[in-house]
Design a protein around this ligand. Sequence first.
Ligand code: ATP
Ligand code: MG
Length: 356
Amino acid sequence: MEKKIALLPGDGIGLEVMNGAVEILKAIEEHYYHRFHFQYGLIGGAAIDETNSPLPEQTLNMCKEADAVLLGSVGGPKWDQNPSHLRPERGLLALRKELDLYANLRPVETVESLLDSSPLKREFVEGVDFMIVRELTGGLYFGKPSERKVYGGEETVVDTLFYKRDEMVRIIEQAFELAQGRQKKVTSVDKANVLESSRMWREVAEEVAARYQDVELQHMLVDHAAMALIHNPKQFDVIVTENMFGDILSDEASMLTGSLGMLPSASLSSTGLHLYEPVHGSAPDIAGEDKANPVAMILSAAMMLRHSFGMNEEAEAVENAVKHVLDSGKRTADLAKKGEAPLSTTALVEEVKAAL
Ligand code: ATP
Ligand code: MG
């Protein structure tokens, strides 16, 4: 197969882990006789420095012409004081909006050989395997107004949680579709005891569930879900929730696996052009040190092979290679046991390549 892949390394460790993923994709290309055309684009802080825009027109056009987009991460202290339109995160938010990336899929799966890296006891995290489906285009992230104002002589601020019913329908449907191929259980997370948006969300979840008789629907308040993720994570199969709740719960869930550096994600679009990125951010504290764990980025590339290109065998080969390396005790610093010398980013990538 011949495929065009847009590569957006972004900032911080984004570039380092992207290099790792590209190495692995090149190995796949060779083993399976595919042809990948890689095209690099600027986004985030790197794009602001070069072009004075967090999402240059050129990058957007390049993405639109590609078969899939791979993203590293955006952001860093260098741009923290920038005015809001010149923040790196703006680049990613704009890209999500432009490509209509509405569903963020975040699989959380614990690896047997890494159970001791989790801060939780082994018996709590063993066999954990669920998927968080986070809504990505609505909620507090894009609602207007979002502003400060002096009102009645007082300084006030407002953010708006805005959803269209259809946005809820499509994300919840996505969750049910995924559940059909898994354990057939959807947990819809909301705050229906407080928020009107959550009451509509619950209504929509019930409507959608009626069309998927083989899938069980459970409602859970977000505060309870936060607790249940620690207390009994094995109960979950597919979790579906709005934008902000999903953001928070997926960072929390990442710790079940031991490190934020383990979790991949896919952002699906109605247009068929999907984006893949690690759940972690730009990790400025370790950027440029060849220390970052490239696994989340490599597994994101595997998700791309599967979801965008239908290359199931290739995706599985990558996932198995990663598992093999971790099982053999080779880890980057975020996962290394006390007294064990950690591998660098590049060294771990080499191991995965060899295992392939
Ligand atoms: P952002 O706002 O972009 O999410 P952040 O400040 O929240 O950035 P993260 O990148 O999310 O930072 O990282 C949080 C912590 O996890 C940091 O200490 C970072 O070093 C660590 N971390 C994140 N990703 C990795 C990785 N791939 N390998 C090792 N450590 C990581
Ligand atoms: Mg973060």
